[in-house]
Design a protein around this ligand. Structure first.
Ligand SMILES: Cc1cc2nc3c(=O)[nH]c(=O)nc-3n(C[C@H](O)[C@H](O)[C@H](O)COP(=O)(O)OP(=O)(O)OC[C@H]3O[C@@H](n4cnc5c(N)ncnc54)[C@H](O)[C@@H]3O)c2cc1C
Length: 383
């Protein structure tokens, strides 16, 4: 007989991992299928920050920033072994965002999330506090804090907990077909295993619409834009344990972050692509990141300083805005046509909000399986 589950999740990125952990702790029979190793795609190609997203305030995304700031506190508590608070400096530049705007943004950032254990923002004298890093013209800086995280570990820890709670995790197996029946789905893997599930969750990140059209054979209701974000890694550009948030003339922001003791992580870019497979940095992205650094830092870098790079794909919900202005929030698309077995498609999301996303997924499924809000548990159990 085929094994049968309450919930089956396609995709072992952070969203799938968060959902399988949460569901397994509520005594549901749950399975996650990942075509490679868990956490091997977008969720390990990120900027590795648990952050409120200061710049989303410019797009009036108050809901997202509030939720992200609250989650930053939760993740600091439950994943303390893989997170470190780190100060970020925004060097003030007269021709770009005015001081009042940055200060207002930081005031909101300090307060929107409620009570915080992370230090509040401040104004600093760059020459005194961090001498010999930035060019002479940068005198004032605005400092705020976010968390640095090991993104891949975050996925693995969620999966580990789920397995401890009895979840079935299948790696290196691709879901190739999902057949929908009245009350049950038949899920076919690439080794011809057939699994059954009452509810199917499509958490395939940038592959979400591929799963819909090729595996489930449904038309996708939402169109997405695939936007590649790349990072370069150089030897440490400076010794201090501080990061920089650099404003560019095109209004975008680049981070320079201390990475693994000896390196600097610099990113990201935003380039539209047409396939989620094997994203790689291109020369124009390398030059863009190098130019951002060279605009601010005394130490000038060139392509010779680039030790390595990685790229990931953001599946942004298409709303015909510039990539940097498209929402980073998550959207659920619950498909329950003709009273057939339900399907939940998960669009977007961030590492930062994965836990809350998972909690909301389970509450959304309340009408099919008994999920009690009072039984939400993941915020209080260390990973
Ligand atoms: C450049 C960049 C920087 C970012 N930086 C940050 C940051 O600093 N902080 C933050 O909070 N967020 C950040 N994000 C966002 C965050 O990384 C993503 O929102 C998150 O990783 C998405 O996770 P996911 O589970 O949806 O997708 P993924 O991690 O891509 O997981 C989807 C999984 O589905 C699997 N899959 C696909 N098809 C199948 C199939 N047929 N069968 C089985 N498995 C399948 C894939 O192999 C993949 O592992 C960043 C994103 C990018 C691109």
């Amino acid at each position: 007989m085929n094994e049968s589950f309450d919930i089956l999740i396609i995709g072992g990125g952070i969203n799938g991992a968060g959902i399988v952990r949460d569901a397994s702790g509520r005594n549901l029979k749950v399975c996650l299928v990942e075509k490679n190793k868990v956490g091997s795609a977008t969720s390990s190609w990120s900027t590795k920050l648990i952050h409120g997203g200061l710049r989303y305030l410019e797009n009036y995304e108050f809901r997202l920033v509030r939720e992200s700031l609250k989650e930053r506190e939760v993740i600091k508590r439950i994943a303390c072994d893989i997170t470190t608070p780190i100060p970020f400096i925004i060097p003030y530049q007269k021709s770009l965002r005015p001081k009042w705007m940055i200060k207002l943004g930081l005031f909101l950032y300090d307060n929107l999330g409620g009570k915080m254990t992370i230090p509040k923002s401040s104004t600093i004298n760059i020459k005194k506090e961090i001498p010999n890093i930035l060019k002479d013209q940068y005198k004032t800086g605005f400092q705020y804090y976010d968390l640095q995280i090991d993104d891949k570990k975050l996925v693995e820890l969620n999966i580990y907990d789920a397995e401890k709670n009895g979840a079935t995790i299948i790696e290196n197996r691709k879901v190739i077909r999902a057949k929908r029946n009245k009350n049950i789905w038949d899920i076919i893997l690439d080794d011809n295993t057939v699994l059954q599930t009452k509810i199917l969750i499509n958490a395939a990140g940038p592959w979400i619409n591929d799963i819909l059209t090729k595996v489930i054979k449904l038309n996708s209701k939402k169109s997405i834009r695939l936007v590649k974000g790349s990072h370069i890694i150089t030897k440490s550009l400076y010794k201090q344990k501080r990061a920089f948030t650099l404003q560019n003339d095109d209004n975008r922001i680049i981070f320079v972050i201390p990475y693994k003791e000896k390196y600097s992580l610099i990113g990201t870019t935003e380039t539209e692509v047409f396939s989620p497979e094997n994203p790689k940095i291109d020369d124009s992205e390398i030059d863009y990141l190098i130019n951002s650094v060279n605009k601010y830092f005394i130490k000038q870098i060139s392509r010779d300083n680039v030790l390595s790079s990685y790229s990931g794909i953001r599946p942004l919900i298409e709303d015909f805005k510039e990539a940097s202005k498209v929402t980073r929030d998550y959207v659920f698309d619950l498909n329950e046509d003709d009273s057939q077995a339900p399907l939940l498609n998960i669009y977007g999301g961030k590492l930062t909000t994965y836990r809350k996303l998972a909690e909301n997924v389970l509450l959304t499924l309340n009408k099919y399986i008994v999920v009690d809000d009072k039984n939400s548990w993941t915020a209080n159990h260390k990973l």
